[in-house]
Ligand binder design. Structure first.
Ligand SMILES: C[S@@+](CC[C@H](N)C(=O)[O-])C[C@H]1O[C@@H](n2cnc3c(N)ncnc32)[C@H](O)[C@@H]1O
Length: 258
C-alpha cells in the first residue's frame, strides 16, 4: 500500500459540509440517476460504505428516498469526521464513522458491503487508483461501487501542481487554503482501469454530461465530463461486462489517445 495521499487537516471542509450535500436535492443529477437505478423497484441499497464521507450527508440524502440497512463512513479529515459523528446520531439507522486514509484502514466492520461509494474522493487525492482498488476490495460479490470521476477526450492529469482545487468554504477566502488534487481521466483510460479491476466487474453503468470545472479549481480544462459509474462485482469470474453508458459521444474525441 502506498502512502502518498494528502491528509487534509483544515476546518474548511467541515465549514463547507455543515450546510452542503445532506439532502437528496443537493446531489447532482448524475448521482441521483445512478442511485435511483441501483435501488430498483424495491428502493433498497443495503449496507453502505461511504469513502470520503465528509460530514456524512449522504446517509440522510439516501434515507429520504431509499431504505439503507446501515451506513459506515470513512474520512481522512478529522473535523468532518467529528461533525459526521454528531449528525448521524440522530438518524434512524446503524451508523459509524471512522477517521483515516482508506488505504490504511483495516477490515472496517469485517464484512464486504452491498454498496461502496466514492463521490469526489478517489479523484480528490493522489493515490487515485489505489483508493479505487481499496473501495473495490470492500464490495461484496454482486455488490456495487458507485464512483464519480471527471473525464476528458484528451490527456488526463494526476499532478496537483497542474490541476488542483482550493479547499475553501467560501470563495472570498481563498488565500492560504489547502489544496486538493483535481484528477481528470481520459475517458478510455478510465474504462481500461475499470476493466482491469480484480475481480472484474460484470456490469458497468455510467451517466455523465459536460460541465465547467468548479470555480475553486485551478485546472487546464475549460470543460469536463462529470460522470458517475456503478460497477457491479462479478459473482463468478470470466463474464465480459455489459456496459450501459449514458455519456456524450464527444468524449471519444477525434483520435490519437486510444
Ligand atoms: C470533495 S469531498 C467529497 C465529500 C462527499 N463524498 C461528497 O460527495 O460530498 C472529498 C472527501 O474525501 C476525503 N478524502 C480524501 N482522500 C481520502 C482518503 N484517502 N481516505 C479517506 N477520505 C479521503 C476528504 O477529506 C474529503 O472530505
Amino acid at each position: 500500500v502506498t502512502s502518498g495521499n494528502i491528509a487534509y487537516r483544515g476546518d474548511q471542509l467541515a465549514e463547507y459540509f455543515a450546510a452542503a450535500r445532506a439532502q437528496w436535492h443537493h446531489l447532482y443529477p448524475s448521482e441521483r440517476w445512478i442511485f435511483e437505478r441501483l435501488a430498483g423497484a424495491e428502493q433498497r441499497l443495503g449496507r453502505v460504505l461511504d469513502v470520503g464521507c465528509a460530514a456524512g450527508g449522504l446517509a440522510s440524502a439516501l434515507l429520504e428516498r431509499f431504505s439503507v440497512a446501515s451506513y459506515v463512513g470513512v474520512d481522512i479529515n478529522r473535523p468532518v469526521v467529528e461533525l459526521a459523528r454528531r449528525r448521524l446520531r440522530g438518524l434512524p439507522l446503524p451508523a459509524v464513522v471512522w477517521h483515516g486514509d482508506i488505504l490504511h484502514m483495516g477490515a472496517l466492520d469485517g464484512q464486504p458491503y452491498d454498496l461502496v461509494v466514492s463521490l469526489s474522493c478517489a479523484d480528490w487525492n493522489v493515490e487515485t487508483a489505489a483508493i479505487i482498488d481499496a473501495c473495490w476490495s470492500r464490495v461484496r460479490p454482486g455488490g456495487r461501487l458507485v464512483i464519480s470521476v471527471r473525464l476528458t477526450p484528451g490527456r488526463g492529469v494526476n499532478d496537483y501542481a497542474r490541476s488542483y482545487q482550493l479547499i475553501a468554504a467560501d470563495e472570498a477566502r481563498l488565500d492560504g487554503c489547502e489544496r486538493a488534487n483535481y484528477v481528470v481521466f481520459n475517458g478510455r483510460e478510465f474504462l481500461r482501469l475499470v476493466k482491469g479491476l480484480g475481480p472484474a466487474p460484470d456490469q458497468v453503468l455510467g451517466y455523465g454530461y459536460w460541465g465547467r470545472p468548479s470555480s475553486t479549481a485551478v485546472t487546464p480544462y475549460e470543460r469536463l465530463v462529470f460522470a458517475v459509474f456503478a460497477l457491479r462485482k462479478a459473482e463468478a469470474p470470466g463474464t465480459e461486462a455489459a456496459c450501459e453508458l449514458h455519456l456524450p459521444l464527444s468524449l471519444l474525441g477525434a483520435g490519437a489517445i486510444g
